[in-house]
Ligand binder design. Structure first.
Ligand code: DQQ
Length: 606
């Protein structure tokens, strides 16, 4: 590439000298000279700033450039702004017919820093309009950063934002903002409260680890509650506060919950959860007393979102987990892959709970500077409780299906051992697939080793896609190059544990790209699939969108988000295969694959 560019410069200067010389001689050559010089300058400007031979990319030159800056790596239907760094989703809400998504944003570059709240709106959760930032670093209580927080709708026409400000002393304080003009349907401008900061880190709270207030919920006593992520005596906790007016807050005697096993909890999320598919519960509506609650926390090492299911006694403000295990490594995860700082909201439009999560990059920060962007939001997911009451189900919101086109069907097809079947979708880099596998030989599964429970991710690495088992690996190879030297594998393995079966779901990105310097891990975890023995079926849904692959196993009981940068996306074409490399046959009762249309995401500025 550099050689090409040097040659280009030499060509350009020779051409200029020759044309300049001839232009002095006749008007015809003068004309030619102007046209060619204009062309060369335009070419140069649209691709590079040509100073001192240093290459600074403004835009990718073409889709075929084998470079990390290729626009082929930008997503077609995932949420991302046109440029710069993004991280946590903030304050998602549905208000007066409009979905709002705020998010952590660096207005000055593609690495984390100078964080403010950017703002986009949508009426369908698919197409988004980018607005001016909602919160910028303007006051002593947030001058070093407007960090994560939540929105609460206090009454019919009263949304408020609570967010963390990094103050002049680098302490973390909790602040409030309200819309400037309630008649603006997009709530473009927000005013910070004169009472800020509302809550300061005092006493036993680590002032540098105290952040990310939850959405408020109303208790039976008419008081509002929020929880704030914190480090209490060196350990992770969600600190509970109560207020009559949402402005003056009192800390309760005990935290909502804490652990001795981790450091600070970031981005806590707390909500009642429904057993009904695609249904959610309003945390401020009076409960039946029977519903369960979810407490989610983001833990920086290992950078995953964990959750606990339990019962919340509203009268006593006590959250009692169903399972009292203190070691967070044993808690269920929302997603085994790149998915962090998630935040949910109750969608009063469709009576469901929707979860947003940030997916960071697998390239390095030098690449991000060259690209001019970093980070995306995963597809919003509807969340409800599985029938056992022990685990969450997550499923992409139904609106995303409006982008499906050109369906391809495969039915009742056996996948013998070693078999690979190409799925011929129109666009394999922008697709949605739903597959149902049936497992006639379940009894032949290999024995399970209980020590694997401690590190399922490691097991996905040692028993990777090339490791031939009995039932599995079977699944999908996506973003595969013509010669299969690049691919991302999503697969299952099934083991027998006395009279039950253990299902391992993996995403193996080790061969996702021939590019150097990428993080290419294997991700995975064990899924608890009810009725596996009776039904002998296992499903996999995968959304492929250029540099992101989001997968949902067992109808949403296990999720893995992976980020990948295959060279084939830029240099050639990509393919999708269903495969079975286990020794026992499996079959596909149904596979439906759609190409996905491009959504309009943050194209227009307000
Ligand atoms: N990101 C924010 C914090 C939060 C962290 C800062 C989680 O408020 O704890 O950008 O990714």
């Amino acid at each position: 590439m550099y050689k090409f560019w040097s040659n280009q410069k030499v060509f350009s200067s020779y051409t200029s000298s020759f044309l300049g010389f001839m232009a002095l001689r006749s008007p015809f050559w003068l004309h030619c000279s102007i046209i060619v010089q204009l062309y060369v300058s335009l070419y140069c400007f649209s691709s590079l700033i040509c100073t001192n031979g240093q290459r600074i990319f403004l835009y990718p030159q073409s889709d075929k450039v084998s470079s990390i800056v290729s626009k082929q790596y930008r997503t077609a239907f995932h949420f991302q702004p046109p440029q710069n760094w993004i991280n946590d989703p903030n304050g998602p809400m549905y208000f007066n017919g409009v979905y709002h998504l705020f998010y952590q944003y660096n207005p000055n570059g593609s690495r984390w820093g100078d964080i403010i709240w950017a703002h986009s709106v949508s009426t369908d959760l698919v197409n988004w309009i980018r607005l001016e930032p909602a919160l910028s670093r303007t006051a002593p209580f947030d001058i070093k950063g407007c960090w994560s927080g939540s929105a609460t709708i206090l009454s019919v026409n009263q949304p408020v934002i609570l967010y963390t400000g990094a103050n002049t002393e680098n302490q973390q304080v909790q602040n409030m903002a309200v819309p400037k003009n309630h008649s603006d349907p997009f709530l473009r401008e927000w005013i910070k409260s004169d009472h800020n900061p509302l809550i300061r880190p005092i006493g036993d709270l680590n002032p540098r680890q105290f952040r990310d207030p939850t959405t408020g919920w109303l208790g039976p006593d008419g008081l509002w509650r929020i929880a704030v992520g914190a480090e209490l005596n060196g350990h992770g906790a969600a600190i509970l506060y109560k207020s009559e007016d949402f402005v003056h807050w009192n800390r309760t005697e005990k935290p909502l919950h804490y652990t001795n096993s981790s450091h600070v909890w970031e981005c806590p999320d707390f909500y009642p959860v429904s057993y009904e598919r695609n249904r959610g519960l309003d945390p401020s509506a009076p409960g039946s007393g029977k519903e369960k609650h979810v407490l989610k926390m983001s833990i920086e090492v290992p950078g995953k979102d964990f959750y606990i299911i339990g019962r919340y006694d509203e009268e006593k403000d006590i959250f009692v987990p169903d399972n009292e295990i203190d070691d967070y490594w044993m808690w269920p995860r929302l997603d085994f892959g790149r998915y962090y700082a998630s935040k949910s909201f109750y969608d009063s439009n469709k009576g469901r709970r929707i979860l947003w999560g940030w997916s960071d990059e697998c390239d390095n920060s030098t690449d991000d500077v060259a690209k001019g962007w970093a980070g995306i939001q995963a597809i919003p997911r509807s969340v409800w409780l599985d029938g056992t009451g022990n685990q969450l189900i997550q499923w992409p919101v139904e609106e995303i299906e409006s982008l499906r086109t050109n369906a391809v069907y495969v039915q009742d097809t056996g996948l013998k051992s070693g078999f690979r079947l190409e799925v011929n979708v129109t666009d394999a880099s922008q697709a949605d697939l739903e597959v149902d596998f049936s497992l006639p030989n379940l009894e032949d599964a290999e024995s399970f080793n209980s020590s694997w429970l401690a590190d399922p991710e490691g097991l996905c690495g040692t028993q990777n896609v090339s490791w031939r088992g009995v039932i599995g690996p079977f699944g999908l190879l996506v973003l595969a190059s013509d010669t299969l030297d690049e691919f991302t594998a999503l697969f299952f393995r099934i083991y027998r544990d006395q009279n039950k079966y253990m299902v391992l779901m993996c995403s193996d990105t080790t061969r996702s790209s021939l590019r150097e310097g990428m993080d290419k891990p294997t991700y995975g975890g064990f899924l608890d699939i009810p009725h596996l023995v009776r039904k002998r079926k296992l499903s996999l849904r995968t959304l492929i969108d250029h540099s992101v692959v989001e997968s949902f196993g067992g109808g949403g009981l296990g999720c893995i988000t992976s980020r990948v940068y295959p060279m084939a996306l830029v240099n050639g074409s990509t393919h999708i295969y269903a495969f079975n490399y286990g020794s026992a046959p499996v079959s596909m009762t149904n596979l439906t694959a759609w190409s996905m249309r491009k959504a309009s995401v943050n194209q227009k500025s307000s």
